[in-house]
Design a protein around this ligand. Structure first.
Ligand code: ITT
Length: 196
């Protein structure tokens, strides 16, 4: 069994790149597809798992490096799970996260139902020989008015269960210890630690 000494962290999202790199052991070299001039694949899967595998396959085949990719997003219960796998697209189509967050808040307020929501992350590790493992992590919480300036994406409108501040009001390490990506990584780690 060959130990892993470098990993392509298969994402173009800087916030995700930093988090995934910090979840992995320090001794492993982390490489960005941006530095290798590898573009993003078309994400045409129907689930977080499918899109995560599409990214891992694509980046691994392009780089020939062991690759770890993430597909993630925010699911709001009263919006039937929206924006879900379209979390990134909502922000792109509305001109940024501020507008996407306002859209979510407006919709939730109009419905006047509960504010339950969850962040989901599916992580896929893929080896050049085709082997791959995918694990999914969820953190439940509630949608709230925009608060805080740390983090990225939808962090300012999400308060995890058991806490009174948004992800964007937490410091980086506080979020990293509990978030959806950490939950997915812990499941994955059990299966891949032998390669580290
Ligand atoms: P890659 O596909 O290159 O990884 P992306 O940003 O398009 O980058 P996704 O397709 O997985 O990634 O979209 C996930 C969206 O959900 C994206 O808009 C993120 O900003 C948001 N998101 C995911 N995890 C988040 C987190 O921990 N905090 C805030 N927003 C998050």
């Amino acid at each position: 069994m060959q130990k892993i000494d470098k990993i392509l962290v298969g994402t173009h999202n800087k916030g995700k790149f930093i988090e995934i790199s910090d979840l992995l052991p320090k001794k492993i070299e982390k490489i960005s597809p941006i530095n290798l001039d590898i573009e993003s694949p078309v994400e045409n899967g129907k689930t977080f798992e499918e899109n995560s595998e599409i990214k891992a396959n694509f980046f691994c085949e392009k780089s020939n490096l062991v690759t770890l990719s993430d597909d993630s997003g925010l699911e709001v219960d009263c919006l039937n799970g929206e924006p879900g796998i379209f979390s990134s697209r909502w922000a792109d189509e509305l001109g940024g996260f501020q507008n996407a967050m306002i859209k979510i808040l407006d919709k939730v307020k109009k419905l006047n139902k509960n504010t339950n929501a969850q962040f989901v992350s599916s992580l896929t590790i893929r080896w050049p020989d085709g082997k791959k493992i995918t694990e999914t992590g969820i953190i439940k919480g509630n949608i709230t008015d925009i608060k805080g300036t740390n983090g990225f994406g939808y962090d300012p409108i999400f308060i995890p269960k058991g806490y009174s501040k948004t992800f964007a009001e937490m410091n980086y390490l506080e979020k990293l210890k509990i978030d959806h990506r950490q939950v997915a990584y812990q499941k994955l780690f059990k299966k891949i630690k032998v390669y580290f």
